[in-house]
Unconditional design. Structure first.
Length: 234
């Protein structure tokens, strides 16, 4: 059986069987696997599966698709590869491979498997909170609650949740950035010695702790770091 396993902090949230043929992944309901988050493009990626395995293809998504922290446009998937789409982490399993994530949940009920033949909303159980002045209906809160506000482009006004301890942004890993949770602070660093990543208008040469309303630029996308979501205004 070939499947994608949705992980959150080492726990299995959902499992999606991958039938032969193509399966779309994205924010729109037209996708067989629907991930409801502004950090995911409407048609973000597609997986093509045959008897011999699966191929992942990025569909020119806004924030890119990553396999094992490497930006990809097209990639042959292997057992236990970790696919990052927006703020979602999905582990690929083929021919009965078991997920390597630790099962720390006390709930012993089996996780139901779902066929990716109908649109499925794969949302982690975050608390939603309305955001004043932000044109987004899917603002999801996560501990400790920091987010990135998109300031330009087609996704202007969207919020990208920092739901994992490590988030990689940028289609090209040589020009992208990574945000990591260190203790109770978020640290941003460039993924290359020479890149187009800037922090408050200055080139980002070394890792820096993000402060309220810091502005990042990565591949022409402007982002504002917001740790206090109530302070976001239009």
């Amino acid at each position: 059986m070939t499947k994608l396993v949705l992980l959150k902090k080492g726990k299995v949230i959902a499992q999606f069987n991958l039938p032969e043929g193509g399966v779309g992944i994205g924010r729109s309901a037209v996708n067989e696997i629907q991930l409801k988050s502004p950090s995911v493009s409407e048609r973000h990626a597609r997986i093509f599966t045959t008897d011999s395995g699966s191929t992942l293809k990025d569909l020119n998504s806004a924030l890119g698709t990553f396999v094992n922290d490497t930006a990809v446009t097209r990639c042959e998937l292997r057992n236990n590869d970790v696919v990052l789409i927006g703020s979602y982490k999905l582990q690929y399993q083929h021919d009965g491979a078991q997920p390597q994530a630790a099962q720390t949940t006390t709930d012993t009920a089996p996780i139901p498997e779902q066929n990716a033949s109908q649109p499925v909303a794969a949302e982690p159980a975050f608390q939603s909170k309305p955001v004043s002045g932000v044109a987004s209906g899917d603002a999801e809160m996560s501990a400790p609650g920091a987010q990135l506000l998109v300031l330009n482009g087609i996704n202007q006004g969207a919020l990208v949740d920092l739901t994992h301890e490590r988030l990689v942004l940028g289609k090209d890993h040589r020009r992208g950035l990574v945000i990591e949770l260190v203790g109770q602070e978020y640290m941003v660093s460039s993924l290359a010695d020479v890149s187009e990543v800037t922090l408050n208008g200055a080139p980002l040469h070394e890792p820096v702790v993000l402060r309220e309303n810091d502005e990042l630029l990565v591949e022409d996308v402007k982002l504002r770091f917001v740790s206090d979501i109530s302070s976001v205004t239009s």
